[in-house]
Design a binder for this molecule. Structure first.
Ligand code: ACO
Ligand code: LMR
Length: 270
């Protein structure tokens, strides 16, 4: 019989060998003819499935609401400084992406992981808050914001929650996270369920509803698949900030020394 040479790589998402490439079996021309959206393409290439319309519209909304949050946030600031150092688009964009992490934009996976775990273990909201403080000893991913609070609510969060309530068949983890938020905001008004947290718990609700098992969701979170939505969406804003710097022809940035506390001491014996 036929002996197949062992291959170095395996690909299960796209195929470029025919007349035209396919996204998970769907030719690109069909993607265009059938009017598939960016969210549909994400469904095919990241998750190898066609999302139902309510889910696809949610993904599209996530990308749009996280696209930018002004120049002051960690990632955009990096992009602007790098662009002003004369670097190219790829380098400037990369510095922005590299700032995405557990405190900024990259708390989506963590929020999904811990809220899901707590819900599955039937932890009461206050027990979860205590657990994160005393056992995990980390801030609850998806809770807290530098400028948003109960007095200055995050409109993005309102939009996402509102959409999910009206269109998701169920929002169990969102409801649980909102009970946790009641506990945290009773301590401090900025300890709201933030945009990362809202996306994280709603993605768990979404994937559960479309038939993913708990283990499959845990594996996706482990792989960083939920933070990927922020990386993709915020890249739109990062590219905007890079182009803005070039358009404005801004000079090299040097941070003002009067905004730095210099506290340098010469070690003894040197
Ligand atoms: N869970 C529990 N307690 C918290 C949390 C949290 N997530 N965040 C802050 N606190 C507490 C701190 O322990 C601290 O308590 P203390 O005054 O008793 O010491 C107090 O609130 C202030 O903490 P700071 O870290 O100074 O708060 P800040 O407002 O600077 O932090 C931040 C904002 C970084 C977002 C923080 O809330 C956090 O780390 N949250 C978790 C990570 C997260 O979700 N990041 C995504 C934000 S949204 C985005 O980037 C798109
Ligand atoms: C963001 O989307 O970048 C923010 O929520 C973070 C911030 O501090 O505004």
């Amino acid at each position: 019989g036929k002996v197949r040479k062992p291959t170095n790589f395996i690909c299960t998402i796209s195929d470029d060998r025919g007349e035209e490439a396919t996204y998970c079996g769907v030719p690109i021309s069909e993607v265009i003819e059938k009017g598939l959206t960016i969210a549909d393409v994400i469904g095919l290439l990241w998750f190898k499935r066609k999302f139902p319309t309510w889910a696809s519209n949610f993904i599209d909304m996530v990308i749009r609401v996280v696209a930018d949050h002004g120049p002051a946030v960690a990632g955009a600031h990096n992009v602007k400084v790098t662009a002003r150092a004369g670097k190219d688009l790829m380098s400037s964009l990369a510095t922005g992406i590299l700032a995405i992490g557990p405190r900024f934009g990259g708390a989506i996976d963590g929020a999904a992981k811990y809220f899901k775990m707590a819900y599955e273990k039937n932890m009461l909201p206050h027990e979860f808050v205590e657990y994160m403080k005393n056992v995990e000893k980390i801030p609850i991913p998806g809770i807290g914001h530098r400028v948003k609070s109960t007095k200055n609510p995050d409109k993005r969060v309102e939009l996402l929650k509102d959409y999910a309530r009206r269109n998701f068949p169920k929002v169990e983890l969102l409801d649980y996270a909102l009970e946790v938020e009641k506990v945290t905001t009773s301590k401090k008004e900025n300890l709201i369920l933030n945009v990362d947290g809202t996306i994280g718990v709603l993605l768990v609700d979404l994937f559960k509803t479309i038939g993913y098992s708990n283990e499959e969701i845990d594996n996706m979170i482990e792989a960083g698949a939920f933070n990927a939505f922020f990386v993709l969406g915020r890249s739109i804003g990062f590219i905007g900030h890079y182009l803005d710097e070039k358009r404005l022809d801004m000079p090299l940035y040097r941070h003002p020394t009067d905004d730095i506390l210099y506290d340098v001491k010469r070690p003894e014996g040197v």
